[in-house]
Ligand binder design. Structure first.
Ligand SMILES: Nc1nc2c(ncn2[C@@H]2O[C@H](COP(=O)(O)OP(=O)(O)OP(=O)(O)O)[C@@H](O)[C@H]2O)c(=O)[nH]1
Ligand SMILES: [Mg+2]
Length: 68
């Protein structure tokens, strides 16, 4: 799912903001939290802590306009 809004940088240049929501589903202990944590925060832990319910991660990526 993608939502598009126009935002403005401090320097007055307008930027396009696209929001994507990605849902990871799967069997327990297969690495869903780990891959999300690596992507969003570039972290990894060998300790297994079961996710109860759902968990949320947010990642913001700046791309040059020509890639949008
Ligand atoms: N060696 C190795 N271990 C991994 C990798 N990905 C995850 N693990 C380990 O596998 C275990 C389970 O990882 P999680 O990311 O918590 O798994 P999950 O799918 O979120 O599990 P639930 O929340 O119970 O559904 C943890 O101990 C992680 O450290 C990987 O790529 N390599
Ligand atoms: Mg998990």
């Amino acid at each position: 799912m993608s939502k598009e809004v126009v935002d403005w940088e401090d320097d007055g240049e307008d930027v396009v903001v696209r929001q994507f929501k990605i849902i990871l589903l799967g069997d327990g202990a297969v690495g869903k939290t780990s891959i999300a944590n690596r992507f969003a925060e570039d972290k990894f832990s060998q300790n297994y802590k079961q996710t109860v319910g759902v968990d949320f991660f947010i990642k913001r990526i700046n791309l040059p306009r020509k890639l949008l």
